[in-house]
Write a protein that binds this ligand. Structure first.
Ligand code: NAD
Ligand code: PRE
Length: 311
């Protein structure tokens, strides 16, 4: 495939930017790679790892001459970066971001941009609990979704080119509007992260009571919570502060359901618990059967097809 862009500039050189650089290089999607990070150590690591060909100590210098600019910093840092780079963006360049929230990023970035720049917000639904340039890997986006939330006045060619880039990096691409994205992600990612943070915090508060048994006897469910709760504090602070309305809406519904389950346990209402868990199991089965959990081992699907002894 011929290269889709001649020069990409990454602003922020962490997990997502480094994975994108590796995935782009794997498929030869871009001719040259440059970037900016605040710390000299991150800049040196990104060069040493061969993620980028050149590096800049200012974002304004990095974007010059780039036909694709990727903002890969925490959501709360997007506004200041956009303001800094706006006068230096190439005429007709595509600007995208990878922030986990879309409405607030659009509000933060759009006002600074010259009319010729094609701003196409994006969000790859793939990540890990690790951060920094050494955390990236080329396969991160394989078979994952990437959501783009462009406004209607953006060039269709620019959207098609960015879509092709994500597909070349292994992702499946969907388009939707930003409020819808933020509500969906509040359910599927933001509220679950807050619940994981809370559960691990509760376990830590109980440390004196449980000694180190929580860690020693960590069952799979809690271990998954601890992995998620190890995610970057700055990134997640910014997600919650910038997707406030949708997250609070979902957490409101969550606490109502939690109280109902709490009451069912207190009243020993087994029928309520059983019916609830039956409904949620059907949801999990739907996800696995649709092939949407790429982490699910094959034996999981086989077991679902056969049914389990306790069905
Ligand atoms: N980690 C995930 O699972 C994941 C998945 C999808 C999208 N995202 C989004 O991608 C973006 C980047 O996340 P990441 O996981 O690559 O983070 P990361 O911590 O690995 O990298 C962030 C980069 O931004 C730089 N940075 C931080 N604050 C800055 C500031 N104020 N000004 C300039 N640079 C700054 C850091 O130095 C680093 O180079 C975030 O907006 C996040 O919401 C993350
Ligand atoms: O697997 C993980 O570590 C993640 O939490 C990744 C995850 C998510 O699936 O919620 C986290 C935030 C991003 O915006 C996208 C992906």
């Amino acid at each position: 495939m011929p290269a889709l862009y001649s020069r990409v500039a990454f602003i922020g050189l962490g997990l997502i930017a480094s994975s994108m650089a590796l995935a782009m290089r794997r498929a030869g999607l871009v001719e040259s790679y440059t970037g900016h990070a605040r710390s000299a150590e991150t800049r040196a690591t990104a060069l040493d790892l061969g993620l980028i060909d050149t590096v800049h100590d200012s974002a304004a210098a990095a974007v010059q001459g780039a036909d694709l600019v990727v903002l890969a910093v925490p959501v709360g840092a997007m506004a200041a970066i956009a303001q800094e780079i706006a006068p230096h963006l190439a005429h007709g360049a595509t600007l995208t971001d990878v922030g986990s929230v879309k409405g607030a990023v659009i509000d933060a970035v759009s006002p600074h941009l010259p009319g010729s720049v094609q701003f196409i917000p994006g969000h790859p639904l793939a990540g890990t609990e690790h951060s920094g340039p050494a955390a990236g890997f080329a396969e991160l986006f394989d078979n994952r979704w990437c959501i783009l939330t462009p406004f209607e006045d953006v060039s269709a060619d620019a959207v098609a080119r960015l879509r092709a880039l994500w597909e070349g990096m292994g992702a499946n691409v969907d388009l939707m509007d930003a409020p819808h994205h933020d509500l969906v992600l509040a359910v599927t990612s933001h509220a679950p992260h807050l619940i994981a943070y809370t559960m691990v915090g509760v376990a830590d508060d109980l440390r004196r009571v449980t000694d180190s048994e929580v860690i020693k006897y960590s069952a799979a469910g809690f271990r998954d919570f601890t992995r998620i709760a190890a995610s970057d504090p700055t990134m997640w602070r910014d997600v919650f502060l910038n997707n406030k309305a949708a997250t609070l809406e979902i957490l409101g519904r969550f606490t109502e359901e939690l109280f109902a389950l709490q009451r069912a346990i207190r009243r020993e209402d087994g029928d309520h618990l059983h019916a609830y868990f039956t409904r949620t199991r059907a949801i999990r089965r739907g996800i696995v059967e649709a092939g949407q959990d790429t982490d699910a081992p094959d034996f999981g699907r086989a077991a679902l097809r056969k049914g389990t002894p306790r069905d």
